[in-house]
Design a protein around this ligand. Sequence first.
Ligand SMILES: O=C(NCC(=O)N1CCC[C@H]1C(=O)O)OCc1ccccc1
Length: 724
Amino acid sequence: ISSLQYPLARRDDSVVDDYHGIRIADPYRWLENPDSDEVKEFVEKQADLTESLLQKCETREDLRQKITEMFDHPRYDTPFKKGDRYFYFHNTGLQAQNVLYVQDGLEGKAEVLLDPNGLSEDGTVALNKVSVSENAELLAYELSSSGSDWVTIKVMKIVDKTNEPETLSWVKFSTFSWTHDSKGFFYSRYPAPREGEQLDAGTETNINLNQELYYHFLGTDQSQDILCWRDPENPKHLFEAQVTDDGKYVLLYVEEGCDPVNKLYYCDLSELPHGLEGFRERNDMLPFIKLVDNFEARYLAISNDESHFTFLTNKDAPKYKITRVDLKQPAIWTDVLPEAEKDVLKSAYAVNQNQLLVSYLRDVKYILQIRDLNTGLLLHQLPIDIGTVYGISGKRKDSEVFIGFTSFLTPGIIYRCNLATEVPEMKIFREIVVAGFDRTEFQINQVFVSSKDGTQIPMFIVSKKNIVLDGSHPSLLYGYGGFNVSLTPFFSVNRIVLARHLGVVVCIANIRGGGEYGEEWHKAGSLSKKQNCFDDFISAAEYLVSAGYTQARKLCIEGGSNGGLLVAACLNQRPELFGCALAHVGVMDMLRYHKFTIGHAWSSDFGCSDKEEEFHWLIKYSPLHNVSRPWERFGGEQSQYPSIMLLTADHDDRVVPLHSLKLLATMQYVFCTSVENTPQTNPIIARIARKAGHGAGKPTQKMIDEAADRYSFMAKMLGISWMN
Ligand SMILES: O=C(NCC(=O)N1CCC[C@H]1C(=O)O)OCc1ccccc1
């Protein structure tokens, strides 16, 4: 690729901010307004430049075709039961969106209950969460458009699939929970971002504040909903309501950001003199009682027997534990299952009368156990392979539990576990089979890499069997490193295609900031320690070179969102270590991220530039503010940045596109358009998708096209060609 002609982007040198006495220029501030013609023109020119380059990436069509072929296999999610009905999502293979099925009993004929593919001709309307009423007659469901976080809620009668008339709008970051009389449900919503004026929801960057909890009475207009809770003094707070399995209480979880901590309030619905109806005329809120009124720990209700509640918590237990309290004696908490020595308690479900189905994470691999709900005693170890347990569904009144399992070489298995027998039996209920995938061709290694401070960082390495460690293998290193997110083994069609047809070694680094070893691991990669994430990721890259898997010019790093920040920060710090970088929907402007949509919630990991001490953390690694010419920094040996593709989308209202646009303009300017005969010949481009968002709800074809684009770019830049 001869060095590209980048479009010139205006620099407004009049924009300079003062952060606690330090002046920081922001010449591309104008890129923050998605509605301006100048920004639309910038986006169009960048998209054209990228398309022109992608046409020269020879493996693009092979990748598109191979990924399409391999992705065209039936997929199922774990079923859940309500009444005598089972519900599950299914995709025949290439459907744009998964389809919701219902069947009367496991032997009953399955039929389509809700097919979102019929709701838009380009598959950009997605079905998010669903919730079935206690009498299994009504389905409440969320629809999102073009990948935005905004959803609308509709209600369908299951028997005849007709919709109730009402639509609930301006819902975001909400769950919905039915009262057991099936008369309605709790949900959370925001004020409309802009009254009246036509808004393409999801393209705006307005900050999301003042979420409120409502109860919706079925068959009425949203304006009739009753306001159940709000907290105008704390506009950042988010509210989530959960009706307990016995229908007696509604629990209110209050969060102020992304840390695993929440307040826990409750309201005994059976004690409301006129039930929720009684609140239709008055406008005072529900009489919630504050069980936990601080943000010191996470409390997730597992089950209750009348006023005796069992919680999964990290209170004084960074690897989590199970504790119990009687609402009548709120000061007395009793541990049921104490924190484990090394393993992280990831989930706990009350099933089969008085049993607990718990999952632990041990060195990034799942363990599944049945324990006694009252004593916590171990009853059974459930046999599972190295991999990830996902989508557990079961109830106390049922002895059957469904468990989803996946791993690097297991596309997906759904087990049906019968707990009524003396020894529980895990029977394969559904198995996802990928035609043409032969697991014996591949091998998985888990290695532990020493980071800069000596911390051992786990990393999974997926490759074709018996490769020779001669440094010749193109490698893709993926990471995230934040928000208590754990990267556990999962199957990926893209990974298989890259390994088989491009000889790529695919690696996943479990760096600090994640949840792999509990809350201490998360905190070790947050706030003032965020640099640990970058050190860990850089150490992982250096290991892949020193161990002989690959070499810098054949190494590509990839990450999304907080992982996009990871990639961009590592590029700035060690440009000579990588040959290529793919940064999806990255958080790149660390000084201003909190001003847009839900960004303020991330200060739990990042801190905020409004505070002087935290500004000094952020300015040191903020991608947008640490771009500088390597040939001036390192002298001769390192002359340029790797090839870079930033990816974003016009309806990403989780991490708004301005982050990637400002970084793109900055890099193109600093390395290219401001330098005569620049050493920077590696392309720096952006793939800016239309009618797409942060990732959730993306239709199959858009996912495949994006994968073909980014990986054919990578192949071209690393100099690798297709192998049949
Ligand atoms: O912001 C997030 N999640 C974090 C998130 O999406 N992040 C965190 C950093 C950038 C981006 C990402 O990595 O995907 O979800 C919204 C939410 C819901 C409930 C309470 C608080 C916030």
